[in-house]
Write a protein of this length. Structure first.
Lengths: 272, 255
């Protein structure tokens, strides 16, 4: 079987996103930031609208709104706001506002589903370059700050006692979460980026024995979900972004089932 | 006598625009000393310790720490997310390099030698506390700081933990600064007890009363003398001659 160039580009794009989403998703899960990821990625739609109206790159627009949203949330968390409701307000308002704003964009009618659910099969070589840059930033930040991030995730106090500034570690994650929105926009779309962060990490948790192992495993799960999703989408002519997330969800269920079987076959293994 | 480990003078600490949590606290900690800080909730105990360690900046006054001071910090009970796979050994290696032998030695020292491969979230309260302590010992500290170390332990568990701290102090000669919300029951090995409520209300030695029948009635025989009572002697408590005054109120009015 030969691969068309557009399929090859799609696979490269997907694996790039998986590389960043795996470890970053682990932190989202460990720090219970799931809703944070939602709000940041939903703000991307507003960025798309702004980028189209001001005729700047969609990547730049989404990065700007995602960063703005991430910093607003980070500042509110820092001041001790009750975040559950506020995040709900922010996430859905940003999404709705973005959808309304897009409808005001003059000229061609914008195909919104491209940004809501992504379209990995339309990724261009130029897109790949931007995505590779974003992934390099995220992985660079995570690898550089890994010990500090992990320690601050376990306890702010403990981190501080070792000379680690928890606020700086939060900033690293805030920036990384904004960048992943840009990287993932064309792959799974604004609505499902958070899913690509959380589901592979949750799947990896079932078998992981160490934080690093979980991050690695999450990368593999995310990459396999992307590959399965792309080929599934080609085979059955389904939307690619949702197909990728569905594949990830299937892996998650499979991993739970596998663990249950494993427990039954080797019941002597210590319970976790 | 060597220089003190920590010397704080006229220390005041506040958060944002709220009235200061600590006002004009002067305190010296010497090498090898065991000091217990007690006070009601919200009295600024944790703030006091954080300011001493330089984790927060004081609004006024100064803190001098001995040059090269190594501190082992045992935080209040952590809330680990069950989705974080973290073995005890990996936890000890957070932000520090330790080989397997060192990990084993640390765990053996705090009485939990068999836990290295266990996941942190499966530990009991007492085991968890000892693992936190083992981690704090890794850098061979001059000073061990314990923030509410016995929270959630029953009295025999508390006594065991205090005995362990006492043994460690004898062993490695570190000073111990321990914070407790229990106003009246403290580690009997404490050289000094400091009662804090925004300022230092009073300080003194715990009464060693482990042979008194009242003590036995309170603690039974299982605690082996590791716990002691602390009697508060507030000079402003003239209207409470028997020292059973409402501690929180009496202190709050004082400036």
């Amino acid at each position: 079987m030969t691969l068309d160039p557009f399929i090859l580009r799609a696979l490269v794009a997907g694996v790039l996103v998986a590389l960043a989403a795996g470890p970053l998703g682990c932190f989202v899960v460990w720090r219970r930031m799931a809703y944070f990821g939602d709000a940041t990625s939903h703000a991307a739609i507003l960025g798309v609208a702004l980028a189209l109206s001001f005729d700047v790159s969609v990547f730049a627009g989404t990065l700007a709104t995602a960063l703005t949203m991430a910093f607003i949330i980070a500042a509110m968390v820092g001041r001790g706001w009750a975040m559950d409701t506020m995040l709900g307000v922010l996430a859905h308002s940003a999404l709705a506002l973005g959808l309304v704003a897009v409808s005001f964009v003059p000229g061609v009618r914008v195909d919104l589903s491209l940004y809501l659910f992504g379209d990995i099969l339309t990724v261009t070589t130029a897109d790949l370059a931007v995505m590779a840059g974003g992934v390099a930033v995220i992985l660079g930040l995570l690898i550089w700050r890994w010990q500090g991030l992990l320690t601050a995730t376990i306890s702010d106090d403990l981190a501080q006692s070792m000379g680690i500034n928890p606020a700086r570690e939060r900033l690293v994650l805030t920036v990384a979460l904004s960048v992943i929105v840009v990287v993932g926009l064309k792959v799974v779309g604004a609505l499902l980026i958070a899913a690509l962060l959380i589901i592979p990490a949750a799947t990896a948790r079932v078998y992981a024995r160490s934080p690093e192992g979980m991050a690695w495993l999450a990368v593999w799960v995310a990459a396999m979900a992307v590959i399965a999703g792309v080929f599934g989408s080609l085979t059955w002519d389904t939307p690619t972004g949702p197909s990728i997330v569905s594949a990830a969800a299937a892996f998650f269920v499979g991993s739970l089932a596998g663990k249950a079987v494993q427990r039954r076959v080797w019941p002597s293994e210590p319970a976790r | 006598m060597t220089a003190p480990l920590i010397e704080a003078t006229g220390l005041s600490v506040g958060y944002d625009h709220a009235p200061p949590v600590l006002r004009n606290v002067t305190f010296t900690l010497h090498a090898g000393e065991i000091v217990t800080v007690v006070g009601p909730n919200g009295s600024g105990k944790s703030t006091f310790v954080r300011a001493l360690l330089g984790m927060i900046r004081p609004a006024a006054g100064q803190v001098m720490r001995r040059k090269g001071l190594r501190v082992g910090y045992v935080p209040q009970k952590l809330h680990l997310d069950a989705n974080l796979p973290l073995t005890v050994a990996r936890f000890l290696r957070l932000n520090q390099r330790l080989d397997d032998t060192q990990v084993q030695a640390l765990l053996a020292r705090t009485g939990v030698p068999l836990l290295a491969a266990r996941e942190m979230v499966t530990l009991s309260g007492g085991q968890f506390q000892r693992v936190l302590l083992a981690r704090a010992l890794a850098n061979d500290p001059h000073l061990l700081v314990l923030d509410e170390p016995t929270q959630g332990l029953d009295q025999p568990g508390m006594a065991d933990f205090y005995r362990l701290i006492e043994a460690l102090r004898t062993d490695i000669g570190c000073a111990v600064l321990s914070v407790s919300h229990d106003l009246h029951v403290v580690m009997s090995a404490s050289d000094r007890v400091i009662c804090l409520n925004g300022h230092i209300c009073c300080e003194g030695a715990p009464s060693v009363v482990s042979n008194a029948p009242e003590y036995r009635a309170l603690f039974g025989l299982g605690t082996g003398g590791a716990l002691a009572l602390y009697q508060h002697h507030h000079d402003h408590g003239a209207d409470h001659p028997d020292h059973t005054h409402d501690h929180t109120e009496a202190c709050a009015h004082d400036t």
